[in-house]
Design a protein around this ligand. Structure first.
Ligand SMILES: Cc1ncc(COP(=O)(O)O)c(C=O)c1O
Length: 436
């Protein structure tokens, strides 16, 4: 059975003639019969071309923290668009957006805007290399930091059986087209394993420019750090003079106003932000402590972008961050997320389905299986087939998380108690159907 109604199928057919596979990003293709075409979004809902409504937990892979088409943001963006958007000069709006970011995240002394998370991590890595004069970057198995060459290794799409021995993990190249020598600059680590990291630094520490980490694994079920783990990374990087980069593209403005740095009370050296800071408009930022960011001011470290700091993104950031700073959206998100996590757990228990509901209430996932979950390798026992069937059943019932459990469910302040009730009913029905 296809997820597409007749009009959606017709639009997808048209889309396929113009866009490769009918999509603009590889992760969005769900096969010829199940890739949807969306007409519009409104609050917590998206509507396909047949007018079918879905409660949306994809939220565009995370950014829509205030709900689709949130009016104060949309109005600010419309006003900015009418006043011109790029000038090759700084705008007042851009300054206000930067001030809002600094007020929200006090440890950021200075920042610069870009447009996507990919650009942000690319610049953060270059900056870390420039400041330390070293080449190596440590990244974690399962973590995703964007589509550029330096981080395309051992992401969550990599088959766990091909990652090498746990003591000496192999950087798994997830794309063709990357020069083979790039892999020489990457070291792969396991999340929540400080012993491993200490050994890695003992052998290579003097060559390591940075550890780049999603402080909670937003691309691996939303897995959280164990107590003391991020503190351990902080201590090791300080000892060896390496940079600690928090990739907060997913956690930023989602775990709370100050992101993961505030939530876990750790100050990294560099932070990267995107997604929730602009409620769906393309805007990102790289920020950090003044003595690091000053490398850009001194010159000789390239950072540039025609659209960086454009008025659309700046307006969206100014208004989104102001709205989040009231604290009201976080109260709603926490209540909704906690109700969903508890409800799903209860349903799984009632049906004797071994499951773990993992993550933070704003960004969580369901692991169908047993055993302790600390890092990417531990997720090998997840019953992907069951999860896929359950999500397919939910989408048929008008509730839409991503069909891959590694990508968490995202919660917005627009989701209501009624949405929670409808979601839990759909989950239970779909679970029973999948198991029958
Ligand atoms: C943690 C993390 N970093 C970076 C990126 C890349 O961001 P973008 O898709 O905006 O380039 C993503 C995208 O999902 C992400 O999850």
């Amino acid at each position: 059975m296809s997820l597409q109604g007749p009009k959606t199928a017709e639009w997808f057919g048209r889309g396929k003639k113009a866009l490769v596979n009918g999509v603009s990003s590889g992760f969005r293709y769900w096969g010829d019969d199940d890739t949807l075409v969306i007409d519009r979004g409104e609050g917590a809902y998206v509507y396909d071309m047949d007018g079918k409504r879905y409660i949306d937990y994809q939220l565009g892979f995370g950014p829509i923290i205030l709900g689709h088409g949130y009016k104060p943001v949309a109005d600010a963006v419309a006003e900015a668009a009418a006043r011109g958007t790029v000038f090759a000069m700084t705008t007042a709006l851009e300054v206000e957006a930067a001030e809002a970011m600094r007020d929200a995240i006090p440890w950021l002394d200075e920042l610069r805007f870009t447009n996507t998370g990919t650009e942000a991590t690319m610049h953060a890595i270059r900056l870390a290399r420039a400041v330390t004069g070293r080449d190596l970057i440590v990244k974690f198995e399962g973590a995703y930091h964007g589509a550029h060459d330096y981080v395309g290794y051992s992401t969550a799409g990599a088959p766990i059986g091909h990652l090498g021995n746990k003591r000496s993990p192999v950087p798994y190249e997830v794309s063709s087209g990357v020069p083979s020598t790039i892999r020489d600059y990457i070291r792969i680590a396991h999340f929540n394993d400080l012993d491993f990291m200490e050994k890695l630094f003992k052998s290579d520490g003097h060559r390591i420019a940075a550890i780049i980490v999603e402080p909670a694994l937003g691309n691996v079920f939303g897995l959280m750090p164990e107590d003391g783990y991020l503190e351990g990374l902080r201590a090791i990087t300080e000892e060896w003079g390496s940079m600690l980069i928090f990739d907060e593209v997913k956690t930023g403005f989602r775990l709370g106003l100050g992101g993961a740095a505030e939530y876990f009370n750790i100050v990294p050296d560099i932070g990267t932000y995107a997604k929730s800071m602009g409620n769906g408009f393309p805007i990102a930022a790289i920020g950090g402590r003044a003595e690091i960011m000053s490398a850009w001011a001194e010159g000789g470290v390239m950072q540039a972008g025609t659209y960086s700091g454009n008025s659309i993104g700046a307006a969206a950031t100014k208004v989104t961050v102001a709205e989040l700073a009231t604290g009201v959206p976080y109260e709603k998100i926490t209540k909704t997320g906690e109700a969903l996590m508890a409800g799903i757990e209860k349903i799984c228990e009632a049906h004797s389905e071994p499951a773990k509901i993992i993550g933070h209430p704003s960004m969580f996932s369901i692991f169908f299986g047993e055993g302790e979950l600390k890092n990417f390798r531990d997720t090998a026992g997840h019953d992907e087939e069951l999860y896929g069937s359950v999500i397919f059943g939910m989408i048929n019932r008008g509730v839409m998380p991503v069909d891959d459990a590694k990508e968490p469910w995202f919660i917005s302040s627009a989701h209501s108690d009624e949405d929670v009730a409808e979601t839990l009913t759909a989950f239970e029905e779909a679970l029973v159907e999948a198991r029958s």
